[in-house]
Every structure is written in structure tokens, then in C-alpha cells.
Write a protein that binds this ligand. Sequence first.
Ligand code: GTP
Length: 347
Amino acid sequence: MKALLLAGGFGTRMRPLTERLPKPMAPVGNRPWLEHLIAGLKEQGIREIVIAVKHYPERIIDYFGDGRKLGVDIRYTHEPVPLGTAGAVKNAEALLGSRFVVINADIVHRADIRALVETHERSGAMVTIGLVEVADPSQFGVVEQSADGRIVRFVEKPPRGEAPSNRINAGIYIMERDVLQAIPAGREVSIERETFPSLIAAGHRVQGADVSGYWMDMGTSDRYRRIHWDLLDGKLELELPGRELGRGIRIGEDTEIAQGAMLVPPVLVGSRVTIGERAVVGPYAVIGDDCVIGRGARVTHSILWDRCTAAEAAQLNRCIVGSGLKIDPRHLLHEAVVNVIPEAETI
Ligand code: GTP
């Protein structure tokens, strides 16, 4: 079975981090989330992958190529104009088989795809939608199901206390090829707002199936941060580079920590990082590869992507810092989300 990964959105809610980067390429634990996702699919026996790209497609294509390095086969579909979540599926028609899995590539999860396929087969549905339970569904599209799990209705952002259930669309679908006939070609189509409701209205079986394991929609900078704290707390399990230096402290290769510097767990430090004297890193800090943390600098509750510098005595608290950004000496940043245009790019 092939997987189609939707990775073409503009990621407007996660700007400026996604200004020049597809959201699924944002690192989670110092590795693009999309790489974790593909590795997870491979573990589950899915090796044929199609990625629907649009926003900065070269950032994905240059990184993964044909997928050989990861031991999978990757093809790409391109959209001249954004086609939306269902339009992107229709656009991939020529590359898809008789049954396939579609995944919103910006959702961080450890879903068991095989369990979804089993439910799908048992119910004989045209589409099976992975569902997750949330405490407050008022910000989501909620599903109403019949006793046998069939979805009968979607309710978009129900007022508190009026939701028919706490179950929301997890952005993971098992689809029969027939679904493609229900999606008009050449225009923007939303899978949640158009395709699924129209399939239900036409009497097709749309099944709901609970997704087990970790699940979090990356969506916003706040949620992106939460994913990292979950990773550091062990709630999200991913294969991470580096080695454990102590309980809750993980560092990469060739990283140098000066005497008198302090790593306060939980903390994850990448490879080839230099941490200066009396610097304090953590608790809750993720430092990307090739970063420099200057003398006396402090980085707490923050995520630094690759090649960042927090110069001498700089202090960062609750920040997210894009690749290659330099924070000057003694600068104080609190709750900042900052990014920089790569030098190689023309302005
Ligand atoms: P926001 O602009 O912040 O809403 O983010 P987004 O553009 O990523 O939208 P959303 O979170 O709703 O998208 C869910 C998933 O579908 C993400 O993985 C997107 O990359 C992907 N996606 C959304 N729209 C399109 C599209 O028009 N084409 C393709 N190929 N993928 C899309």
C-alpha cells in the first residue's frame, strides 16, 4: 500500500518559522518531522511514498530525493496552484493504487496504520478516518458516529458543551480509489469541508477508527513547542541522534561543553555544538547541530534550530529560533519566535 503525504500547505499559523520552509520539514528533536514520519511508515512496511509538495518544494525534494537513502521509494506531485487537501489527493491520482493511506504531513503521531487498515477492511468503508479524542473539541471539526463507528455528521467548531463527541479528525485516512471520482479536478477542494461530507450525503460508508499512541497537530508555534516538551518528557518516543550523558541529558557527536557550563535536564543538544563557560542550557532546551552557546549565556524552555549562536551572556527563555540566527551578546529574548532569511537567497 502506498502513502500520500500532504506537505504543500503554507503553514501560515507557524510563521515566521515556515516563511521559507514547508511545515513538515520543521525539525522535531533535531531532525525534520517528515523524516521521522517516513521512517515510521517504513517500520510499518510502507515503502512507496508520494509527497504532495507546493510551498518551497525544493526544501523537501533536495533533502529526500528519490528516498533511496532512507530505504524507501519517494515520488512527488506538484501543484501549479494550491489545490487544498482533497485537490492534492486528486492531483496524485496517476501515482496511487487501489487502496492508499493519506496523511497530513504536519501531524506528529505514532499511529498504527495497520490497525486502521484492519478496521477499514472489516467495515468495508470507502474511507476510514483516523480519530483522536481531545479534551476541548470547540476548536476542531468534531464527528458524530453511529454505534458501529460509521460517521454520520461533521460539526465544525461546536460551542463548548454542544459537541456530539470529543472525537476529531486526526488527518490520517485509508481510502479506496473510488474516492478520487468524488473529487473535482483542477480546483481547490477541502477534504474535510467538501469531500467527506459529500461522500456521506451520497450514502457511502465513511468509517471512524480511533488512533492510538501520541498525536499532536503541529499547527502553531505553541503546539510545536509542546511537541518538544513531550519529546523531552518521554511522552513522544522518537529515535534521536546522540547519546545519553546523564538522566534527561542527550548530546550529539563532537559537542564540547566547557567546564562550569551547566546542562539542566531535560535537554537535547545536537552534534558539533560548543557550550561556553558558565552557560546554562535547560531545563527544556533543544539545541540544533553546529550551534554555539557563548560564555554565560542562558537558554531555557527554548528550541534552537541548526547553526544558531547565542552569544556571550545572551538569555533566551521560551523562544524558538530558526536556522542560522545569531543572538548578539547580552541580548534578552522572552517568548520570541524568530527566523532569518538564508544568506544564499536573493532578497
Ligand atoms: P495553515 O496555513 O497554518 O493553516 O497551515 P497549512 O497550510 O499547513 O494548512 P493545514 O494545517 O490545514 O494543512 C494540513 C496538511 O495538509 C498540512 O500537512 C499541509 O502541508 C497540507 N496542505 C494544506 N493545503 C494543501 C495544498 O493546497 N496542497 C498540498 N499539497 N498540501 C496541502
